[in-house]
Design a protein around this ligand. Structure first.
Ligand code: MRU
Length: 360
């Protein structure tokens, strides 16, 4: 699969996810504003990927010195409100700037401190965020594959794959690794209206890895479950509150309610950078509302008049009670999530597990 995010020779290249699967093209970002616009237009999308792209955006902003970095961070933080990984990555970059500048004033900085040194330090931090995410996803896959049995039929929503993360993916990484380990995995991909991340991205990403994939329209999930064709549901996350309430792509809550009715487990897979330590529950998670034209059109063709109103929230929040487990890089968290999440946030990551599982 093509890398969704590439840093090359001082520029950021983002795979244009609006054009996948039929066109593989990269958009070159030469400055921080280019990166911010790419996030807004969803050239790059998915919670971890947005955070990684934003980190590189700060590197590009550093050309202009500390004031420009601050302006860049503010611009990037206004792009998309729901995925907390964006703010997590920007905080890491801000901390790297502060530790570099230490006690120097901005005037000192302008006069004496070589810009290149700061840029190098920020680039190391951004590359570190990117590489750490790749490693973490292997661990999520390692723990997550344990919930899948030999012949397993899984339903997923949106795209929580490598396109959304920079590594093998979270929810989809689990499926890819389980398949590599010899399990027979059949995957149903919800198409995920309005932007069709399931139909365009997840199905393609899994298909090129050789998994058996079947695309369904979002409104077919209930009937599929009623027919007994789904063993479990695995989705990603954009922001998880400390009690386990989880924001993910609009339609995830529908699936969770359906799972409850049909007695099917629903798992969330996400790195700990998706957990918002400032939110006790999901009530305060900011939900992005996007352009009505995304609903008003299909394949570029208008399907109803502009005068008819549209509601277009990009995410919903699934209450913790409907989630069977949260698969992270430190293991599978279970209820009560207040306790398991608090423990997970201070647990150390055991990268040896990746080697032990032969994933290296
Ligand atoms: O609007 P998008 O495409 O950025 O939404 C992406 C999702 O909702 C994903 O499920 C989520 O970010 C998890 S990605 C590992």
């Amino acid at each position: 699969m093509p890398d969704p995010i590439k840093w090359d020779d001082g520029f950021l290249y983002l795979l244009d996810q609006r054009k996948i699967p039929f066109e593989i093209t990269y958009v070159k970002c030469a400055n921080c504003t280019d990166v911010a616009k790419a996030i807004e237009k969803m050239i790059v999308r998915g919670a971890p990927a947005i955070g990684i792209a934003a980190a590189y955006g700060v590197v590009l902003a550093s050309e202009g010195g500390p004031r420009e970095i601050q302006r860049g961070i503010e611009r990037l933080s206004r792009t998309r409100p729901t995925a907390v990984n964006l703010f997590w990555a920007l905080k890491k970059m801000e901390n790297a700037v502060s530790s570099f500048l230490d006690k120097t004033t901005e005037d000192d900085w302008d006069a004496h401190v070589p810009k290149k040194l700061l840029k190098d330090k920020l680039l190391i931090t951004a590359l570190g965020i990117h590489e750490e995410e790749r490693q973490i996803e292997k661990l999520i896959a390692f723990y997550g594959q344990s919930i899948l049995f030999q012949n397993c039929r899984v339903l997923t929503h949106c795209n929580a794959g490598g396109l959304a993360t920079g590594g093998i993916g979270t929810a989809l990484g689990i499926l890819k690794i389980a398949q590599k380990m010899g399990k027979e995995i059949q995957v149903y991909c919800d198409e995920t209206r309005p932007l069709l991340q399931g139909a365009r991205l997840s199905s393609w990403e899994l298909w090129i890895e050789g998994l058996e994939v079947i695309v369904i329209c979002d409104d077919m999930a209930a009937f599929l479950m009623k027919k007994g064709a789904v063993d479990l549901v695995i989705v990603g996350a954009d922001r998880i509150a400390l009690n386990g309430d989880t924001a993910n792509k609009i339609g995830t809550y529908n699936l969770a309610v359906l799972c409850k009715y049909h007695d099917i487990p629903l798992y969330v897979a996400a790195p700990r950078s998706t957990i918002d330590i400032d939110l006790t529950d999901g009530e305060a998670i900011p939900i992005e509302e996007r352009n009505p034209d995304e609903v008003r059109t299909f394949g570029g063709i208008k399907i109803f008049p502009d005068d008819i109103s549209v509601w277009n929230p990009a995410f919903d929040v699934t209450p913790n009670g409907l989630i069977s487990g949260i698969i992270t890089e430190v293991g599978i968290l279970k209820k009560p999530y207040e306790e398991s999440i608090a423990k997970a946030m201070v647990a150390s990551v055991n990268f040896k597990d990746i080697q032990r599982a032969g994933f290296e």
